[in-house]
Design a protein around this ligand. Structure first.
Ligand SMILES: *Cc1c(COP(=O)(O)O)cnc(C)c1O
Length: 435
């Protein structure tokens, strides 16, 4: 009784009820693009060509990116989605294949699978790290499985050792989707360097931005060559960018990065370390400041991993706090914290629920699912097959992260989270005492 009284008096009036905001100062901001980008852009324009095969910027970006990550080859392309497509094209994913990826990812993770006339299969996630695991992947492997696109979500690398072991045993290609995990570390290794191909996005939301862009990394010369052809309509070129050979040898789109993007990518790449180190530090600080708060579940970092915190996704224990996630999130936003929840499980998107992949579909035929190789009707995306993702999506709150935030911003964010949690804890223990 006394303790709950003390707690009640300690809890402050929420901003949503007219109290003062816990976030007392605006979040620090900064400029993502500056002199370095401008210098590279001017040089690109001075070349009198913006074509990657005739200029130097895209090539130099690839050279520096590969060297920085300790890989032999990098190939630039136009988006993270394109980078996944390029990887699938390089390893030869085609009609009749299944590709396993996470149920919690960007649409860019499954769109290219369907464009290859292959079928995406969705693996569940770990409820605390939010990454797919060897167990959730193993549950989805069939004789048709050709590759696994491992999603490293929100800056936190998946537990790769068991995944690599599983895929080696099953002879599957491992493609790492690092769109949200630039500079993610796993047991001293960089995310994107452990599988056959690592894929990266440079869209404007990601750690690095060229507006829209992407790239892949690999050590395998055969895959690198195929990837380069796959970004460029299967045109093979000599070192002067002149076309050689007799024309398209296989089907490939045009995902060529322009020299303007290459120029900005070069300048952005030189900032990736401080951006990711800063985000890593802030994530750790925030976790340290809120981890003892009852009812708050900070994200679990994979053992041996260092997260680059693209965003910070925590969960609320609705039972302990006696409040719904939505009400908690509203209260937190009122305190001045940029909180939200925009993730969805991709297997329940309308195109899968209605099987409207390539509308209009003639005679109810849904390609590629109804092709004889897939045994029509066999593949169904059932909600109950991925229970953990529902648990996460029902209870998660995403806190936006920016490399420009100060430590004070993080301390005030933590104070806001604790304030809201303590208010509801006190309210709950008060009402249970009165009963
Ligand atoms: C952003 C993202 C992509 C797609 O990148 P785009 O550049 O937007 O095409 C793919 N996978 C994941 C996990 C992403 O977050």
């Amino acid at each position: 009784m006394a303790r709950s009284k003390a707690r009640e008096s300690r809890s402050q009036k929420l901003a949503i009820h007219g109290g003062p905001k816990a976030k007392t100062t605006p979040y620090r901001t900064g400029k993502r693009f500056g002199r370095d980008e401008l210098k590279e852009l001017k040089e690109a324009l001075a070349q009198n060509t913006l074509f990657y095969a005739h200029g130097t910027k895209v090539r130099q970006f690839c050279t520096e990116f590969a060297a920085k990550y300790g890989k032999k080859y990098a190939v630039a392309c136009t988006s993270g989605t394109a980078s996944i497509h390029v990887a699938l094209g390089a390893v030869g994913v085609t009609c009749g294949d299944e590709v396993i990826t996470s149920v919690l990812t960007d649409a860019g993770g499954f769109i290219p699978v369907l464009y290859q006339n292959a079928v995406p299969i969705f693996a569940d996630i770990d409820p605390r790290t939010y990454d797919m695991t060897a167990e959730t992947i193993a549950a989805k492997i069939t004789p048709r499985t050709k590759a696994v696109v491992v999603v490293h979500l929100a800056g936190n690398a998946a537990d790769m050792d068991p995944i690599l072991k599983l895929c080696r045993r099953k002879k599957l290609y491992v493609i790492e989707d690092c769109a949200q995990t630039w500079n993610g570390l796993y047991k001293g290794r960089l995310a994107g360097t452990m599988g056959h191909i690592g894929c990266y996005s440079l869209n404007d939301y990601k750690h690095l931005s060229v507006g829209d862009g992407g790239a892949i990394l690999t050590d395998n010369l055969r895959l690198a060559k195929r990837a380069a052809l796959f970004t460029d309509k299967c045109y093979s070129r000599n070192m002067w960018g002149v076309r050689t050979g007799g024309g398209c040898a296989f089907l490939a789109p045009n995902y060529r990065m322009s020299e303007l993007c290459g120029a900005v990518a070069l300048a952005q790449l030189r900032k990736v370390d401080w951006i990711c180190e800063r985000r890593n530090r802030m994530g750790k600080l925030l976790t340290r400041l809120i981890e003892d708060t009852p009812g708050i579940l900070p994200p679990a970092i994979t053992p041996g991993a260092e997260s680059s915190n693209w965003y910070y996704m925590m969960r609320v224990d609705e039972k302990t706090l006696g409040v719904s996630r939505d009400a908690f999130m509203k209260a937190l936003m009122a305190e001045g914290v940029p909180a939200g929840m925009y993730l969805r499980r991709v297997d329940q998107y309308p195109l899968f629920r209605k099987m409207s992949i390539y509308p209009p579909q003639k005679d109810g035929f849904v390609a590629p699912y109804d092709l004889p190789v897939y045994k029509p009707g066999r593949i169904k995306y059932r909600r109950q097959e991925c229970p953990n993702v529902d648990l996460v999506l029902k209870t998660a709150v995403i806190i936006q992260m920016r490399e420009f935030y100060s430590d004070r911003d993080i301390r005030e964010t933590a104070a806001a989270i604790r304030k809201v949690a303590e208010y509801y804890l006190a309210k709950k223990s008060g009402s249970s005492k009165r009963r």
